[in-house]
Design a protein around this ligand. Structure first.
Ligand SMILES: Cc1cc2nc3c(=O)[nH]c(=O)nc-3n(C[C@H](O)[C@H](O)[C@H](O)COP(=O)(O)OP(=O)(O)OC[C@H]3O[C@@H](n4cnc5c(N)ncnc54)[C@H](O)[C@@H]3O)c2cc1C
Length: 387
């Protein structure tokens, strides 16, 4: 990084008041910095959304995270054509309600002194040659200029800050999920995962949010095709959709440097704006919070350790994704067959936010997994299906 701005204690402007922007703003304000958050929406009314996160979330935003928990998941059931495996978790995963999380985070941010300004959509950002940047803001149908010193872009996948400061656009994938009634054979503390590589290189999931309802979805490669797959899947399994939730999610292809200079000003990116998303599952809450911690540590102390740890984590997920992305039906069947008690133990003990540890320990517990992964990474697609 070229230079840090911790010495001058200048006010910080965060663009985007969702999970990662609010967390970065709160950490900075709690450390004594003046922080304003410019949020484009007129009113604070985030969409309700069912999210699953690992227990690592509990270490990060504190009370608002705890208050948003609507269910806990004690096991994962993995299914592929004719095969099944169950992974019992030592400590549960958490199902959270996004709008409750965000309302709680707004309260904590305001209590820390963050100035949250609604209806302020940033449209342009330019170096002004006098030691700062000028943000062009659309507000109440008019535009106005605002001077800023340190800027944090937490404005999501199609970040205006990233574009204006010269970061290249991110690749995205469509995520679509339906809220459905839970089937009778699924306990509400169990997440069910189906591998159907002919539909998606990822998987289908059904995450219970209560004893009655759950979110059933998939990540695809093409939006309309993913929608058709979900419709067919709902029909085949006789699920009635109650509502749909969909969006494009950034796809982590390589580490996005989270800081650059525009003129004399430090510009940071965090969360979806920097593709801080685990590309295996496209989960971005915990990794986005870790990115926010990295931004705060960099601004306050010039430290970059949190960024390095996050990069390592995201890179492990990318490696795993490259292997899983080439799995065929036979590979998934083999995968479930070779999961032994040792691998179950590893999967139950470590979270998806500790990918490096999981991979190393899985390989020790079941060396055939190394061959399976290597074969998908190295051999051509018409390779034989045995390890
Ligand atoms: C349907 C769905 C299900 C998901 N499920 C999971 C899950 O189970 N687990 C998980 O970990 N992750 C999940 N994710 C991903 C996760 O929700 C995101 O990674 C995370 O919310 C990103 O937060 P963010 O603050 O970086 O960005 P966002 O939540 O996108 O927030 C960006 C904010 O910036 C504001 N903004 C945008 N442009 C401007 C501008 N120009 N000026 C001012 N403000 C602006 C927006 O209004 C918004 O408030 C899911 C995502 C979707 C869509």
């Amino acid at each position: 990084m070229s230079r840090t701005s911790h010495a001058n204690g200048a006010p910080v402007t965060v663009v985007g008041g969702s999970a990662t922007g609010l967390y970065a703003a709160t950490l900075l304000a709690e450390a004594g910095r003046d922080v304003r958050v410019l949020e484009g929406s007129e009113e604070y009314a985030p969409d309700a959304r069912t999210l699953i996160v690992t227990r690592r979330m509990k270490d990060l935003p504190g009370d608002p995270g705890d208050q948003s928990i609507v269910n806990i998941i004690n096991r994962f059931e993995l299914l592929t054509d004719g095969r099944a495996a169950t992974i019992e978790l030592d400590e549960p995963d958490l199902v959270i309600e996004r709008s409750t999380l965000l309302h709680g985070m707004v309260e904590r941010a305001r209590a820390a002194g963050v100035d949250l300004q609604m209806g302020n959509r940033v449209r342009t950002l330019k170096a002004n040659g006098t030691g700062g940047v000028t943000l062009g803001i659309g507000s109440n149908g008019a535009t106005r200029d605002v001077l800023a010193h340190t800027v944090v872009g937490a404005d999501g996948t199609f970040s205006c800050v990233a574009k204006a400061a010269g970061w290249p656009p991110l690749e995205t994938v469509p995520l679509i999920q339906a809220i459905v009634r839970l089937p009778d054979d699924l306990p509400p503390d169990t997440t069910r995962v189906w591998f159907h590589p002919e539909d998606t290189p990822y998987f289908y999931w059904l995450i219970p949010e209560s004893p009655e309802r759950g979110a059933l979805g998939l990540i695809g490669e093409d939006g309309p095709a993913a929608g058709r797959c979900l419709e067919r899947f709902l029909e085949r399994h006789q699920f009635e959709p109650i509502e749909f939730q969909a969006a494009r999610i950034p796809c982590y292809r390589r580490w996005v440097q989270p800081q650059r200079r525009l003129g004399d000003t430090d510009i940071y990116l965090v969360g979806d704006a920097a593709a801080q998303v685990k590309v295996t599952t496209v989960g971005g809450i915990v990794t986005g919070f870790r990115g926010a911690l990295g931004v705060a540590e960099s601004i306050l102390h010039g430290r970059t350790a949190a960024f390095r740890q996050l990069k390592r984590e995201l890179d492990w997920h990318r490696l795993l994704r490259r292997s899983l992305g080439r799995f065929r039906q036979a590979d998934y069947e083999l995968l479930l067959d070779v999961l032994n008690p040792g691998t179950h133990g590893v999967l139950g003990t470590y979270t998806r936010d500790e990918a490096g540890r999981i991979l190393a320990r899985l390989c020790l517990a079941q060396p055939r997994l190394i061959l399976l992964a290597l074969r998908t990474l190295v051999l051509p697609p018409d390779r034989p299906s045995t390890v």
